[in-house]
Design a protein around this ligand. Structure first.
Ligand code: AMP
Ligand code: MG
Length: 325
């Protein structure tokens, strides 16, 4: 495991690791983040793997400058410009329609991306050096306390992270305020930037209703789910005739099923690769005008747990099919 003081040479090394698809833990003004290149689905899948998080949640993308919003959003709305001028760098995360180049695993399949410019010299130096948007949740194991020192990160994630940049203790901070700008500005999470200050710039903002307010990332109810009914299968099933069926496979196509579209997530049965491909595959199946999507059961270990969590949410109220024969 490598913990390096955040000197210029080590920041360069960390930036290089990010560009090569590695993971770097770095300090922000709130807590230490576990960062990966936001354009690299496989690197982002590794974030979830290392954190041992049993579900996917949308990540905040960290930016070196306001101009980089064009890399993560479809455009920069007027209201975002005003807020950015006033509050960046700082604990204000803005949500807007995502740029197609940002893979779906970063946003947990949502059509929107959350972005902010952190107010911490080490984070900013790293982001500038990497010249990449960096997706980063807190650098802790699932269910454990958020890390405020490099030692906390080392203790929890140690050998799993390619490099920990030690910038000392993070200034005791609360999380960032999360504001959705895709419609009328709506507060998704209160945090370090007071609502009153935001309202003094753009006028009154709505507060998301309790059910959609992400009290914690796992409680988000607006996670992406396909509109096409989806059923998880454990073994071959008897299919009602005449249905247009799509199939989500781990590594091999379905044996003899008469399906019109197949998505294979990882021919070499690698759960990280499967996770990296999951959301795009679900989107493609959802856009294929199917009557039903059948999804295989994935091994519930490592990232397989998060994949199954997502499939179960997608299956929702749809009744499972009965095994054949
Ligand atoms: P954290 O990284 O722990 O500060 O948490 C990130 C917060 O941002 C969580 O509450 C997420 O649910 C929220 N978030 C991230 N991306 C989005 C998005 N596209 N839409 C809505 N909320 C988001
Ligand atoms: Mg966290």
């Amino acid at each position: 495991m490598k913990i390096r003081p955040a000197l210029q040479a080590h920041i360069k090394e960390a930036a290089q690791i990010l560009r090569q698809g590695g993971l770097v833990a770095f300090p922000t003004e709130t807590v230490y983040g576990l960062g990966a290149n936001a354009f690299d689905a496989l690197a982002v899948a590794r974030i979830f793997e290392v954190k041992q998080r049993p579900e996917f949640d949308p990540l905040i993308i960290h930016l070196a400058s306001p101009e980089e919003t064009r890399l993560v959003w479809s455009d920069q709305p007027e209201m975002a410009k005003e807020l950015i001028k006033q509050f960046w760098p700082g604990p204000l995360t803005l949500v807007y329609f995502k740029n197609k180049k940002i893979p779906d695993i970063v946003t947990a399949g949502l059509p929107t991306a959350a972005a902010r410019m952190p107010d911490h010299p080490v984070a900013l130096a790293l982001l500038q050096e990497a010249a990449l948007p960096v997706a980063a949740p807190s650098a802790n194991l699932f269910g454990r306390l958020s890390p405020t020192t490099a030692e906390h990160v080392a203790e929890q994630l140690g050998s799993q992270v390619d490099l920990i940049l030690d910038g000392g203790k993070t200034p005791v901070g609360i999380e960032s305020t999360v504001l959705d700008l895709t419609g009328d500005p709506t507060l998704l999470r209160p945090g370090g930037t007071p609502v009153e200050e935001i309202e003094s710039v753009i006028g009154p903002i709505k507060i998301a209703s309790t059910s959609s307010q992400p009290l914690s990332p796992g409680q988000l109810e607006h996670h992406y789910a396909p509109r096409t009914p989806l059923a998880i299968i454990k073994e071959p099933v008897q299919l009602p005739p005449g249905l247009k069926i799509g199939y989500l496979a781990f590594s091999t196509p379905p044996p003899e099923l008469n399906v019109v579209q197949v998505e294979i997530l990882s021919p070499r049965r690698d759960l990280r690769e499967a996770a990296a491909n999951l959301f795009e595959a679900l989107h493609r199946l959802d856009q294929a005008n199917l009557d039903l999507i059948l999804a295989e059961t994935f091994p519930e270990q490592g990232l397989g747990r998060a994949i199954m969590d997502r499939l179960r949410k997608a299956a929702g109220a749809h009744s499972p099919l009965k095994p054949a024969g």
